[in-house]
Design a protein around this ligand. Structure first.
Ligand SMILES: Nc1nc2c(ncn2[C@@H]2O[C@H](COP(=O)(O)OP(=O)(O)O)[C@@H](O)[C@H]2O)c(=O)[nH]1
Ligand SMILES: [Mg+2]
Length: 396
């Protein structure tokens, strides 16, 4: 199983540019864990500092690549095009859009921070990006509210005897959002509501829909087109606006990332995705050189093009995932002493979760784990952390 990061946003914000730049990777053949015929699904990478050097071992990834001590671990990126502006006023969100959205674990909302596109994606000047941020959140909330209302209705009208539980009925109605009754119950109570729909007014329902949306579709804002002066001015204003404190922003230039990857492919520069500098190794024309120097200045100021950073922030910070290396107590993989795998697991993953992730038989036969750095035994319910190297000891 691989996490799916969805790119959303109104037309012309740079979703395709971001997607193309992020999935354009020079990875040796056979390194792809899947092939897809869906052009809107591609493979991007998250960087993880490789654990092999700490063990004086070598690294030969089964998936992705290892470059100068940095693993590039594959993850799926989805270009979720088709957001219809003004949807909740009657058009409704498109079916394909909703289907694609349901399959994502975390969203990157690409926002045109330059303000040069209006709410429909047509050219304009001085458009406030905050409108787009509010718009998408509202659209998603309305969609959730719709489904929440259906769940409430079925709870109130279906006879289930005295044992009917609202959290069970809502979790069932909202199963596509990968939630469950315990989470729903916890959200209801966290809002100070009772587990009784009769006591909920319209505001309570709105708040509930919004909270369930925030939990099940966590979101990051990619402030795109940051290579323009207009975007830089908007960035200062919006990241200072207390109304937007609850959001995570990453400044991005899909353009710069695409240009650097293309130049790298053509042997003009040596660029490692995510870096804040590159080396010119080819023979660019004067124009091309000037363009590259502009990009160099931009990525020095912003710590990179932001594309790699946005993907990693979405997965590791917003979603809270961790990367775990399987190892053996005296180093890496016990057969040949080479690090091969690096898996992305959910935030709360335990030794037992990791064992089941590897294989259900390994999970069934789990005895304990070994933290390979300390060589200490860890129990089944031990919480794993980012970059742990763990050996699973199982009877199977
Ligand atoms: N200046 C600038 N323009 C960008 C950037 N990313 C995309 N664009 C431009 O924005 C327009 C729309 O881009 P596209 O990727 O097709 O947007 P989509 O409709 O959201 O998929 C194109 O003209 C792109 O060249 C960026 O980072 N900086
Ligand atoms: Mg597009």
């Amino acid at each position: 199983m691989s996490y799916r990061i969805g790119l959303v946003g109104k037309p012309s914000v740079g979703k395709s540019s971001f997607f193309n730049a992020a999935t354009m990777n020079d990875v040796p053949e056979g390194a792809y864990p899947f092939t897809t015929i869906d052009p809107s699904v591609g493979e991007a990478y998250v960087r993880v500092e490789c654990a092999a050097p700490e063990f004086d071992e070598t690294c030969s990834p089964n998936l992705g690549v290892c470059r100068d001590g940095t693993r590039f671990v594959p993850t799926k990126l989805v270009d979720v095009a088709g957001l219809i502006p003004g949807a909740h006023e009657g058009n409704g969100l498109g079916n394909q859009f909703l289907t694609d959205l349901n399959e994502t674990d975390v969203l990157i909302h690409i926002v045109d921070f330059s303000g040069t596109t209006d709410s429909k994606g047509e050219p304009t000047e001085g458009h406030d990006p905050r409108e787009d941020i509010d718009f998408l959140e509202t659209e998603l909330d309305m969609w959730y509210l719709d489904i929440l209302e259906k769940g409430i209705e079925s709870h109130e009208t279906t006879y289930e005897g005295a044992d009917a539980k609202i959290e069970v009925d809502l979790a069932e109605q909202m199963s596509a959002f990968k939630t469950n009754k315990d989470e729903i119950k916890q959200i209801i109570l966290s809002l100070g509501l009772e587990l009784d729909t009769d006591t909920w007014d319209a505001d309570d329902r709105d708040a509930l829909a919004r909270e369930i949306r925030k939990r099940t579709k966590p979101m990051l804002i990619a402030a795109n087109k940051m290579d323009t002066p207009e975007a830089q001015a908007n960035w200062d204003e919006i990241t200072d606006d207390p109304d937007y404190d609850h959001l995570t922003f990453v400044p991005t230039s899909a353009h710069a990332e695409g240009a650097l990857k293309t130049a790298d492919d053509n042997g003009v520069v040596d660029y490692t995705p995510g870096d804040d500098d590159f080396e010119i190794i080819g023979d660019p024309s004067a124009d091309q050189k000037a363009g590259l120097e502009q990009i160099r200045e931009f990525i020095a100021d912003y710590g990179g093009t932001g594309v790699q950073q946005a993907i990693e922030t979405a997965l590791f910070d917003v979603l809270g995932c961790i990367a775990v290396f399987p190892g053996s107590a005296n180093g890496s993989d016990d057969t040949d002493g080479v690090f091969r795998d690096c898996f992305i697991l959910p935030e709360e993953a335990t030794t037992e979760d990791f064992a089941y992730f590897l294989h259900s038989d390994i999970g069934d036969g789990l005895l304990h784990g070994i933290d390979c750095r300390t060589e200490r035994q860890v129990g089944a319910d031990h919480d794993l952390t980012h970059r742990d190297v763990v050996e699973i000891v199982s009877t199977n």
